[in-house]
Design a protein around this ligand. Structure first.
Ligand SMILES: NC(=O)c1ccc[n+]([C@@H]2O[C@H](COP(=O)([O-])OP(=O)(O)OC[C@H]3O[C@@H](n4cnc5c(N)ncnc54)[C@H](O)[C@@H]3O)[C@@H](O)[C@H]2O)c1
Ligand SMILES: OC[C@H](O)C(O)[C@@H](O)CO
Length: 392
């Protein structure tokens, strides 16, 4: 079906049925700019993953709008490595795909309907979606560490459905307006940049601090942009893949090291220090691979008294030289998702503080080609970094 074709199963085929739908949902709407009824009539294509490692696209009905939520026409969504894990392995750690769910948590879009209790949003607003909907009642939420909420409903993470669909309802509290100058593609990068921002806030690099970034995937590269903006210098980036390091260099990170897995951790650590330059030893490492060998190498590359900031996710049990780290007073800090990051990251991106973030996006597919987008993302020979799905 063409993107603009009217679907028989979509109840919103023109402006009058939209009005009827809104009334039926018990919601009100304020019109900032009218949404083209042809757009609302498009099929609500969603990308599903099954517990037996299949992905498929299926049209679902137009969402109803709960009173505290808005309906978003999703205009851009990035594919995250975690989605490839849910597809190929059916799990990340203890989080398992037990039934078919809709994937997606890196999205931006336009408000097309506003719930009756919502203030501060209008139809037509351009928003970036914060995917972790926390309860705001538990101890962690009340303390402000809402990324640790045990009852969080995280888009596209089992058992919750995600944003990889044309139209999705999302709580207004977790929608963030984007400036008119920000494209939807960049609005969908606020999520991975928020992961990096949270890690930078946790580690607090100082001006001129030598930093190692292990892994040049989307998270490692976002990390590099954030660490540089926070003053880290020099920055050495490692990866197994030359194309990812070439991307890092094209973004201005000249000190890169292609890792050979035949090197032991001491050899890798020595080479990291060599690449950083004379007299420069990393005192902070952002580990963005989750690979045991990379974590170990980072531990040995760090100067005594340094800090390992673990961002990458890997096996549930990973061996690190804890006693050796203890004798050297090396700190280990973890960082999980993000909190209170969207407004500031949107502001920093809009102000150009990170430089150009768009080189992170290497491939773009229309929503109808979402399966192709996933296959491209999973196939390392395609040299993708961030693959996005868009719907104009
Ligand atoms: N802490 C969080 O909140 C959070 C949020 C999002 C993602 N993550 C995790 O961050 C990690 C990075 O995400 P991504 O999307 O960039 O993944 P990715 O798989 O695209 O990138 C990881 C990179 O690490 C490289 N790599 C693997 N083993 C290596 C080694 N031994 N030495 C050097 N490089 C090595 C790979 O070649 C790849 O380029 C993943 O583990 C992901 O699960 C964590
Ligand atoms: O950026 C957020 C991460 O991708 C998620 O935590 C994911 O790994 C599982 O939900």
């Amino acid at each position: 079906m063409s993107p603009t074709a009217v679907s028989a199963s979509n109840p919103i085929a023109d402006a009058s049925t939209l009005k009827a739908q809104i009334q039926a949902n018990g919601t009100t709407t304020t019109t900032k700019s009218a949404i083209d009824p042809q757009v609302l009539a498009r099929p609500n294509l969603a990308l599903w993953v099954t517990k037996d490692h299949k992905i498929y696209q299926k049209e679902e009905s137009f969402p109803t709008c709960p009173p505290d939520q808005c309906i978003i026409h999703v205009k851009a969504t990035g594919i995250c490595g975690s989605e490839i894990h849910f597809w190929k392995s059916g799990r990340i750690g203890d989080c398992c795909v037990t039934h078919d769910i809709i994937l997606g948590h890196e999205s931006s879009g336009q408000v097309v309907q506003v719930g009756e209790n919502v203030t501060g949003f209008q139809v037509g607003d351009r928003v970036s979606i914060e995917p972790g909907v926390s309860c705001w009642e538990c101890e962690q939420c009340l303390r402000g560490r809402y990324n640790l909420c045990p009852k969080v409903v995280f888009s596209g993470t089992p058992p919750s459905d995600g944003t990889m669909r044309r139209f999705v309802a999302h709580p207004a509290r977790f929608l963030h307006k984007m400036p008119d100058t920000m494209t939807y593609a960049v609005g969908a990068l606020i999520e991975p940049l928020s992961v990096a921002y949270n890690a930078v806030i946790r580690a607090a690099p100082y001006l001129g601090q030598p930093v190692l970034i292990a892994g040049a995937g989307p998270i490692g590269l976002a990390m590099a942009l954030c660490a540089r903006a926070a003053g880290a210098s020099p920055i050495c980036i490692t990866d197994l893949e030359e194309n990812r390091l070439a991307q890092a260099r094209s973004m201005g990170f000249e000190q890169t090291l292609k890792i050979d897995l035949a090197w032991d951790r001491l050899e890798t650590a020595k080479r990291v220090r060599e690449v950083m330059g004379t007299g420069c030893v990393p005192s902070l490492a952002f580990e963005c691979t989750g690979a045991e060998s990379s974590i170990n190498s980072a531990c040995y590359a760090l100067e005594d008294g340094g800090t390992l900031l673990q961002v990458g996710c890997g096996k549930p049990d990973i061996t690190v030289p804890l006693m050796s780290l203890g004798f050297r007073e090396v700190n280990i800090i973890t960082s999980f998702r993000y909190r209170l990051s969207w407004p500031v990251v949107i502001r920093l991106v809009a102000a150009g503080v990170f430089g150009d973030v768009t080189p992170l996006i290497t491939h773009t597919f229309p929503i109808e080609k979402t399966i192709d987008a996933f296959e491209t993302c999973a196939d390392r020979s395609k040299l993708a970094i961030k693959v996005q799905i868009v719907d104009e």
